[in-house]
Design a binder for this molecule. Structure first.
Ligand SMILES: [Ca+2]
Length: 598
């Protein structure tokens, strides 16, 4: 009884806190995006084109400018001609990271407080947790389109499938979009799992696509579409192209001719590739010369503990993953070549970013019936297979950082970032600034001299929380965030707060205990190997204060009461309404939790 009262109290606090923080404290957000004086306000005549390339579930050191052994000459060319930012942070999951890119604001404000349909009973349809970009948001393409840009999208959306929330309704003039989080890379459209079916849908502008061309392969097709949109443009207006690849997200799929392109490249196993990447990164000056190899999480078997057959399967995973990355690099090259031939490349700002680290989960995580798939060694990577990279390789792809997608370890939330084109006069590597996915929109608006209004379609907009890094692109020594400007990251209760050289981290099982904060000096210990929480309680407390202020500012709501989808059932859940039926069902679920039920 006492336990029940305590849980009820906690649950009540959660609800009260969420309502209070959303309605009142959000007003206290200081908008760090106060733009500095720009050098000469651009006009419609000289505004650059913008091509934003998003790579899905890419490890930090996969591509060559970041130390990767995978052939990526086109991404290398972008880095050679532009600025590589070493410390770029997102969230550890696809949808919330993309919400940052499209809104310029923290994902707990914009409606992707968590990835739908993973909302808890406490979060369901609360402000900031709608599961789509809510009415506080004016999307980046909406703002650009209102200011004379053509806006094109090709690839993954993952920010709402509901009427009014799809790409063609969110600012994209032309789009070929996949609405969900992941899907077969071929024409045989299959959902990752039962919860994913509702948004496993393609749209060609506003028309739902029921059948894909037989030779469809995601990266090729998405690049084709972007090329078509660029080449079919008749006027000289600038364009914004959002090219959101679904590779190398699982399933690991490649066209037949690519199946053996990397054969044998990974036969020496995990630590060999770790070492290759560390050596490359040291040569590139991306990490300290004396930084030791990351020992890994210890959660997976070492290479020499695997049987010969297991080694073959593991090597195959990485061969396929590398091929997917090489294919998308080639397609990036095709788009850049199109721009060059059209005489537009010199006036195109190109941004390349990952959305989160590589995926450690087995496909069984999605709850899919796997019987239709043939995942034998010989069939891996083909259209009727469904395999993933899994944890052992996922943590290698984060070298030298720790962990991967879903976690707030550096390997989950630190992503490759390259920017090149007009205005990017500082070339090489920025090794000092920490930038965030939310910073992209304020930066682009500053560069283009466009101001986002405070209301749109009769809705009051929330302030953008990102900080423009425009000054960093032209001036050495620019400080985007000072030592006291911290930021938080939260996804499915995995948490982090970073400020200056320090970071606190809270990891959920199976990667953490789900009940303890850790403290790291990420400048001295970028691999997060030495937890200083016990020996530096003052710093831990200071960082926790920062975390609390962050959660209050953005309206974070604790995950309480279990999953709302379970409590409501799919039909009620996807109404996306807090009507009387849903309120009653959520209340019942909360009561069952309090009484010690599931
Ligand atoms: Ca992703």
């Amino acid at each position: 009884m006492r336990k029940a009262s305590f849980l009820l109290y906690l649950f009540g606090i959660g609800f009260f806190f969420s309502i209070y923080s959303c309605e009142t404290r959000k007003k206290q957000i200081t908008n760090e995006a106060k733009t500095k004086a720009n050098t000469g306000k651009p006009t419609n005549q000289n505004r650059p084109n913008i091509l934003m390339i998003v790579i899905d579930d890419l490890g930090y050191s996969d591509v060559s400018p970041f130390g990767g052994e995978i052939r990526t000459p086109n991404i290398q060319r972008l880095a050679d001609n532009g600025l590589l930012v070493q410390h770029c942070y997102t969230t550890p999951l696809c949808a919330p990271s993309r919400a940052m890119f499209m809104s310029g604001m923290d994902n707990h404000i914009s409606g992707i407080g968590t990835m739908s349909p993973y909302q808890a009973v406490s979060q369901y349809m609360q402000p900031g947790y709608e599961g789509y970009l809510n009415d506080r948001v004016m999307t980046l393409p909406e703002v650009l389109r209102e200011n004379g840009y053509h806006t094109y999208m090709s690839g993954k959306w993952h920010l709402g499938f509901e009427k009014g929330r799809r790409p063609f309704e969110e600012g994209f003039e032309r789009s070929f979009s996949f609405l969900g989080g992941g899907v077969s890379h071929f024409s045989n459209i299959f959902a990752l799992g039962p919860d994913e079916e509702i948004h496993t849908v393609y749209y060609d502008d506003s028309v739902q696509v029921k059948k894909l061309p037989d030779n469809f392969y995601s990266s090729d097709y998405y690049a084709d579409r972007m090329i078509r949109y660029i080449t079919e443009q008749k006027d000289d207006k600038p364009f914004f192209g959002y090219l959101a690849f679904t590779a190398p997200h699982d399933p690991l799929h490649v066209p037949d001719k690519w199946l053996d392109k990397h054969k044998g490249a990974y036969d020496k196993g995990y630590d060999h590739i770790r070492q290759v990447r560390m050596d490359n990164m040291k040569k590139l000056g991306l990490i300290a010369k004396d930084l030791p190899l990351n020992p890994g999480s210890g959660l997976y078997k070492k290479w020499n503990e695997l049987s010969a057959q297991e080694q073959k399967v593991e090597a195959r995973r990485m061969e396929l993953y590398a091929a997917m990355i090489e294919i998308l690099d080639l397609n990036i090259g095709r788009v850049l070549e199109t721009l060059q031939k059209a005489g537009k490349l010199d006036n195109t700002l190109v941004i390349l970013i990952g959305d989160n680290g590589a995926n450690p989960k087995d496909p069984s995580f999605y709850g899919k019936d796997m019987t239709p798939f043939d995942n034998s060694l010989q069939n891996m990577g083909k259209r009727n297979s469904f395999v993933s990279l899994q944890g052992a390789w996922a943590e290698v792809t984060a070298t030298p950082y720790s962990y991967f997608k879903t976690t707030t370890g550096e390997g989950g939330v630190r992503v490759p970032f390259i920017i090149s084109g007009p205005g990017v006069t500082l070339k090489g590597t920025d090794a000092t600034n920490k930038i965030l996915g939310t910073d992209i929109m304020p930066t682009l608006l500053e560069i283009t001299g466009i101001t986002r209004p405070n209301t749109y379609k009769n809705h009051k907009l929330a302030a953008m929380t990102g900080t423009s890094f425009n000054q960093m692109l032209g001036n050495k020594g620019t400080v985007v965030r000072n030592q006291n400007a911290g930021f938080g990251i939260e996804s499915l209760e995995n948490k982090a707060y970073l400020k200056g050289d320090w970071k606190i981290r809270f990891l959920m099982p199976p990667f953490g205990e789900g009940r303890r904060w850790q403290l790291f000096n990420v400048k001295e210990d970028p691999r997060e190997q030495r937890d200083l929480a016990a020996q530096n309680p003052d710093k831990l407390h200071e960082m926790l204060s920062g975390w609390i202020a962050y959660t209050q500012a953005v309206g974070y709501i604790s995950f309480l009461g279990g999953r709302a989808l379970k409590a409501l059932g799919p039909e009620n859940f996807f109404k996306a309404k807090l009507d009387s039926t849903n309120r009653a069902l959520l209340g019942k679920a909360a009561l069952e939790v309090v009484q010690g039920g599931d």
